[in-house]
Structure formats: structure tokens, C-alpha cells
Write a protein that binds this ligand. Structure first.
Ligand SMILES: [Ca+2]
Ligand SMILES: [Ca+2]
Length: 230
């Protein structure tokens, strides 16, 4: 009897110790990247760095920088997540490189990718099966070059996703039967071979994770961007 009690108690503690960790390990999540400059982004981020391009921490942000050596391959950072409902991030895109965010349901194979270039309109590629669907312009949308922009993708129903730029909805919610459980996110850039440029990411917030984010509007944009290049 004593043995059973001990085993029961031990199992209870094991469950108590591990279940909360498993459920909270992935999200909510946030990263303001306020850590020492480093060639490694850290904090569980995967780096996608083709020859000539680096992803690193510089001045409390992620800096994607370099010379593109292959046409239109994505370079940046990615991480696995667990059935998330929202992701928000800031970007400064004022130096040749464009900006992409992609959310995936790697089981159902659907993905949604958004991109824009410095001061450009936003486009989406909304694939239900992993195939390439082509870019579709989001009418009336406009990113701001030389300023920090905030882009958010929010799940509004089982298979519908709303984009928000600086707090305002852009376009209608996008339906994708191939995405119900977002389990991977990627922030990146791509360009034609030979392009030299840079791109800044900051304040990634997943499912309302708390972060001491500096609001984009409070950041020095052009000047700071220039300082960062030094
Ligand atoms: Ca930061
Ligand atoms: Ca790196």
C-alpha cells in the first residue's frame, strides 16, 4: 500500500512538474531581442542563412543583412509554434531587402505568406496544399519605408486569417482550408542574386505574449536605421 501511495505521489509530482512546461514552452511567446549583439539570434529561433546573408542580433533587434547569392530564396528566422491564433511583429524595411512573414500548418500543408518591399503594397500568397499560388496584391494597402511598421496576422475563425497593418485591418479576412493549426512561423527576406541590403525585425508577439516592446512610433526611424548600418 505504501508503495502504491509513493508511486501515486511521485506520478503526481512528475505530472505537476512537466505538464505546465510542455504546454507553455511554445506560446504565448514574445521576443523583444533586447540582448547583447550576437551572430546568433538565440531564444529558440532557427536561422535561415544562405551564403552571403546573415541573421544576427544588432542593437536589440534582428538584422538580416548581406549580399544575395541566389535568386529568391528566403533568408531570416523561423520557429515552431503550437496552434497559435495571432502573431505580430515590427519591421523596418528601407534598404533594398523586402520583408516576408509566412505561417504554416505543416500537417494540413497550407500556408499563408505576406510580403512587401520598402514602401510597397502588401501581397499575399495563400496556399491550401503547399503549392505555389502566386502573389495577390492587397488593394489599398501600403507599407511605410523608413519607419517601423507593425504587421499582425490574426485567426478570426477556424480557417480565416485577418491581416492588420499598424493596427488597422488590410483586405478581407483570408480563408485557407489548409491552415487550421498554425505550427510554424517564418520571418524572412528574398531578392534577386547580387542584391545588397538589410532588414530589421523586432518585437515578435505570439498569442499576446508579454514583452517590453518599444512602440514603433516611439522609435527613431531613418536616423536609427542609418546608425545601425555603421
Ligand atoms: Ca528590441
Ligand atoms: Ca546568425
Amino acid at each position: 500500500m505504501k508503495t502504491f501511495c509513493f508511486l501515486g505521489l511521485a506520478l503526481f509530482f512528475v505530472a505537476f512538474l512537466f505538464i505546465p512546461k510542455i504546454s507553455s514552452a511554445l506560446d504565448p511567446f514574445s521576443d523583444n531581442f533586447q540582448r547583447a549583439d550576437s551572430a546568433t539570434v538565440g531564444n529558440g529561433w532557427e536561422e535561415i542563412e544562405d551564403a552571403g546573408i546573415s541573421a544576427s542580433i544588432v542593437n536589440g533587434e534582428v538584422l538580416i543583412k548581406g549580399t544575395e547569392t541566389a535568386d529568391w530564396v528566403r533568408d531570416g528566422i523561423a520557429r515552431n509554434v503550437n496552434d497559435i491564433s495571432s502573431i505580430s511583429f515590427d519591421f523596418l524595411c528601407n534598404d533594398q531587402f523586402n520583408v516576408h512573414i509566412r505561417i504554416d500548418d505543416t500537417n494540413a500543408k497550407g500556408y499563408l505568406e505576406i510580403y512587401t518591399w520598402p514602401g510597397g503594397v502588401f501581397n499575399h500568397a495563400n496556399s491550401v496544399d503547399g503549392g505555389w499560388p502566386g502573389w495577390v496584391e492587397i488593394t489599398g494597402s501600403q507599407s511605410i519605408a523608413d519607419k517601423y511598421n507593425t504587421l499582425m496576422i490574426e485567426k478570426v475563425s477556424a480557417n480565416k486569417y485577418q491581416l492588420k497593418h499598424n493596427g488597422s485591418a488590410i483586405g478581407a479576412a483570408l480563408e485557407n482550408a489548409g491552415i487550421s493549426n498554425i505550427n510554424r512561423i517564418q520571418l524572412s527576406s528574398d531578392s534577386a542574386v547580387g542584391t545588397v541590403g538589410s532588414l530589421h525585425f523586432d518585437n515578435v508577439i505570439i498569442d499576446g505574449g508579454t514583452t517590453s516592446a518599444v512602440k514603433p512610433s516611439a522609435k527613431l526611424s531613418t536616423v536609427w536605421g542609418e546608425i545601425k548600418r555603421l
